[in-house]
Structures are given as C-alpha cells and as structure tokens.
Design a binder for this molecule. Structure first.
Ligand SMILES: Cc1cc2nc3c(=O)[nH]c(=O)nc-3n(C[C@H](O)[C@H](O)[C@H](O)COP(=O)(O)OP(=O)(O)OC[C@H]3O[C@@H](n4cnc5c(N)ncnc54)[C@H](O)[C@@H]3O)c2cc1C
Length: 293
C-alpha cells in the first residue's frame, strides 16, 4: 500500500534537489513533500516513521549541498500558506517558519519595528535560519527571538522559550525539532531609519560576498579567532577550479557553481581547502553547510 495515500500534502517523486538549493546542485529526493498544515505534517511524520522512511527538512536550500545521487528520504518543505503566516502584537512579530527572512525584515520595517535588520540579504527561511542561528554583522537570529513553536518527530507540538534554547555560532539546540513558527521581540523605531540601515547592510553584503553565481554562502565556519576565507586565500586557492565548481576570487570561503557543477566537485574543493589549511596553519576547517548524501 502507498503510505502517502490519505495525506493532503503535495507530493512529487524523484524530484531533483538542484531545483530547490541555492547551489543548483543535487540529485533526486525519493519523495518531495509539501505538507498542507500542521496536522498533515503530524500525519506525515507518523506514516514515514511507520514505513522507515527518513525525513529531511528543507528551507530555502541556501545552506545545503545535496549529493549527486540524491537522497533516499522524504524531503519536507514547509511551503504551504499555513506555514507562512505573519502577525504583530505590540512590539512582537510572529512569523511562520516557511517565510523568507527578507519578508519578515520588510514586514517589521513597514510596522516601524527594529531588531532584525541584520538579517536583510540572508537568503534563508525563518526555520532554516533558526536551525543555523544565521546572522551577520556580529548579530545572530537567536539574539532576537523570544519563543519558538516546534514539532518533535513524533508529531508533538510545543512552544520553547528563549531561555530553553541554546544558540551557538551557526548552530542551535533546535536541530532535533521541526520549526513551525517563531516570535521576535522588536523595538519601535522610525521606519525611514530602519529602511536606510537595511539598504546600507544589503549594499555592504554586495561588496563583500560573491553573488555572481549560485553558491551556498560560506562553506566553512570561521575557526576560533580567524577567518576561514582569509586562511583559504593565504593557501593560494582563490580561483581554483574543479569541474564546473570554483573557489571565488572575491571571497575564498565561497565555492561557486559556474553551471553544471556536481556535488563531488564541491566536496573535492572543500577537501583541498581543509588539507591545505591544516598543513599550513594546523587549523581544522569545519563545514558550515549541511551535506546531504
Ligand atoms: C549568497 C548567500 C549568502 C549567505 N549569507 C549568510 C550570512 O550572511 N549569514 C548566515 O548565517 N548565513 C548565510 N548564508 C547561509 C544560509 O542562507 C543560512 O544558513 C540560512 O539561514 C539557511 O536557511 P534555509 O531556509 O535556506 O535553510 P536550508 O539551507 O534549507 O536548511 C538549513 C538547515 O536547516 C534545516 N531546516 C530548514 N528548515 C527547517 C525547519 N522548518 N525545521 C527544522 N529544520 C529546518 C535543514 O534541514 C538544514 O539542516 C548565505 C547563503 C547564501 C547562498
């Protein structure tokens, strides 16, 4: 019997992940499922568990390298409208996990609420950003959040307070949950000033990051006290190519897909950078991106 019968979800089979990752890389997901709402998501978790089908959550796919052979899993994307609700109460903004960060930054600006401007230009969803504790310019999303609504992998929903969540550099204790929505505590500020700050931050981003070809942003986390990009640069690897992938000449912690790159090419470049940095500086570069095999 087909386990997915009876679900209200949108389901595709052998869906190419390269269509859903910012890297434009990745083979097929055995099942690609967009649950309709929380209840459908809960039923989905129950049936996938019963059928021993691994589940992977996908946000905007902006921090994922999916393998060339794809994944034998049900990849879930919280793309339905019920996961994209946004509401305001006093100086709080509540956002569904499927919303893009750009959407909540703009909505906060329109309401004259400040505190998440630093997220402008990060191409992720609320859910993916909370898992990664995404951030920029010395601030991280964990600093702005006050509550997170999650579902565990048995389908149980709970609301976690900020003090019950651990956020660290590009990681959080939320990894064992599915993020449903989050509440941000913001403060009132002049709309024009917020708009100007956002504009300035997006311009600064354009000046430092290499946005000319598909990528997953920074490949490695910065080692303590150092910059992964600078270390890779000092190893002379800027511009190094492997197949159709190459290390950016502008920002050495970016690997770019110049069209048709394979995950295997990216992994080879990562391995090269890790080996060279280890030999030259005795430092270990750890991936920031999530690798799906
Ligand atoms: C050009 C570019 C620039 C970038 N700049 C920055 C930057 O300045 N700062 C920064 O921190 N990052 C940056 N990134 C990386 C990336 O955008 C962030 O990590 C982003 O938060 C990932 O969000 P996502 O929705 O794309 O998550 P995905 O990449 O889809 O997933 C990331 C992780 O979150 C999990 N996940 C996603 N949604 C959910 C959910 N609802 N519930 C549970 N788990 C979930 C996934 O399983 C995966 O483990 C950049 C990336 C690019 C391509």
């Amino acid at each position: 019997m087909n386990w997915w019968k009876g679900l209200k979800s949108k389901i595709s089979f052998r869906e190419p992940l390269k269509k859903h990752t910012s890297f434009k890389i990745g083979g097929p997901a055995e099942f690609f499922i967009e649950p309709k709402d929380e209840n459908d998501l809960r039923l989905l978790l129950i049936v996938t568990k019963k059928n021993n089908m691994p589940v992977l959550l996908l946000g905007a796919g902006s921090n994922i390298l999916a393998g060339d052979k794809g994944v034998k899993a049900a990849v879930l994307k919280l793309n339905a409208l019920s996961f994209k609700k946004i509401s305001f109460k006093d100086s709080h903004l509540e956002a569904g996990s499927g919303l893009m960060l750009g959407q909540i930054v703009k909505a906060a600006q329109d309401h004259g609420l400040s505190g998440i401007e630093f997220l402008a230009g990060i191409p992720g969803t609320v859910g993916g950003a909370l898992i990664m504790n995404a951030g920029a310019w010395g601030k991280n999303i964990g600093d702005a959040v006050s509550r997170v609504k999650v579902m565990d992998y048995n389908g149980k929903v709970k609301v976690l307070k900020r003090k019950d969540i651990k956020f660290a550099y590009r990681s959080s204790s939320l990894e064992k949950f599915i993020i449903l929505s989050a509440d941000f505590k913001l403060s009132k500020r002049n709309k024009k000033e917020i708009k100007e700050d956002i504009k300035m931050l997006v311009q600064r981003r354009r000046g430092t990051q290499d946005l000319c070809s598909p990528s997953a942003g920074c490949i490695f986390k910065n080692p303590e006290g150092g910059s992964a990009g600078r270390l890779i640069d000092l190893c002379g690897l800027k511009g190094k190519t492997q197949g159709r992938a190459y290390i950016s000449s502008k920002h050495a912690n970016f690997i770019l897909n110049q069209g048709g790159a394979r995950a295997a090419d990216v992994l080879k470049l990562m391995d090269l950078a890790q080996k060279k940095v280890k030999t030259k500086f005795k430092l270990t570069l750890k991936p920031e991106i999530k690798i799906w095999h």
